[in-house]
Design a binder for this molecule. Structure first.
Ligand SMILES: C[S@@+](CC[C@H](N)C(=O)[O-])C[C@H]1O[C@@H](n2cnc3c(N)ncnc32)[C@H](O)[C@@H]1O
Length: 257
């Protein structure tokens, strides 16, 4: 792909797959094309490894955190389950929303919770909102322990941010989707791997082996879920697309299976 920016002519030339078109630079199309490239360059520069939430590193694009906050505030879950805890920025972020909303708690699963991360999460003022589980998110014993911690009828929202292979994400979707009630979501994060395979830190296998492919396959086999970008609650622009590392991520439960 080639992008040729001409700030004087205020135009952007996009050459992609043998096709070439010119769009106004200051347009929705211009912004989206530049943003898609910005995401790739930023990911390669480890931009998402530069943020924290209330003291804990959060390996996310802030855009994705704002967007999931919009969803969480609308759904108002009783339980937010995050697979993939790492330094704890995600579980602390979700716990801070629960505290602010006066509703909900957080369950976090990670195959390895390193002692210094566990100590920092347990010492955090939001730890009373959090329960940690150590083990693989697809291990049937771990799945059973997580499900035991959820009461029947509780509204659950699930965020999958652990091992990002298609097979693992599909297995997580199959393991946890039944927790999700109509109107809530299971979110398969980091589908941008399918766009990042050709950057220097990427891997060609990601072109097909990624969470977005898992989410699409899951949605095709489960009509009780639709794969769609959640509606923006506020938008006074012409823009419509999330600027995101989580494309094809949000699976909304539409009705009973
Ligand atoms: C990208 S990090 C998670 C970042 C975190 N959600 C945040 O917002 O900062 C991925 C985490 O997934 C964990 N992980 C990898 N394979 C896993 C598995 N099979 N089950 C559970 N966690 C796993 C890793 O140990 C790592 O801590």
């Amino acid at each position: 792909m080639r992008l040729i920016v001409d700030t004087e002519a205020q135009s952007l030339e996009i050459e992609d797959g043998g096709e070439r078109r010119r769009v106004p630079l200051y347009s929705r199309e211009g912004f989206e094309a530049i943003s898609r490239l910005w995401l790739k360059v930023g990911w390669n520069q480890k931009y998402v490894y530069t943020f924290s939430w209330m003291g804990r590193p959060s390996i996310q694009l802030p855009e994705d955190m704002i967007r999931i906050q919009e969803v969480i505030y609308r759904v108002k879950p009783d339980v937010i389950l995050e697979c993939g805890v790492a330094h704890g920025g995600g579980v602390i972020f979700y716990a801070s929303l629960c505290k602010a909303m006066g509703r909900g708690r957080v369950l976090g699963v990670d195959i390895e919770i390193r002692p210094h991360n566990r100590a920092a999460i347990e010492a955090h003022e939001l730890f009373p909102f959090i329960t940690l589980f150590e083990g693989s998110s697809t291990d049937p014993e771990v799945v059973a322990r997580v499900k035991e911690a959820i009461q029947p009828g509780e509204r659950v929202l699930v965020v999958l941010d652990s091992n990002h292979t298609k097979a693992h994400v599909l297995a997580e979707l199959e393991a946890y989707a039944d927790l999700v009630a109509p109107g809530s979501y299971i979110v398969a994060t980091d589908g941008s791997m399918e766009d990042l395979w050709d950057v220097p830190r990427g891997d060609p296998s990601w072109k097909d082996d990624n969470p977005a492919a898992a989410a699409r396959e899951f949605a095709a086999a489960h009509p009780e879920f639709v794969l769609e970008q959640p509606e923006w609650p506020f938008n006074e622009s012409e823009l419509r697309e999330n600027i995101t590392h989580w494309p094809s991520a949000y699976l909304r439960r539409v009705d009973e299976a």
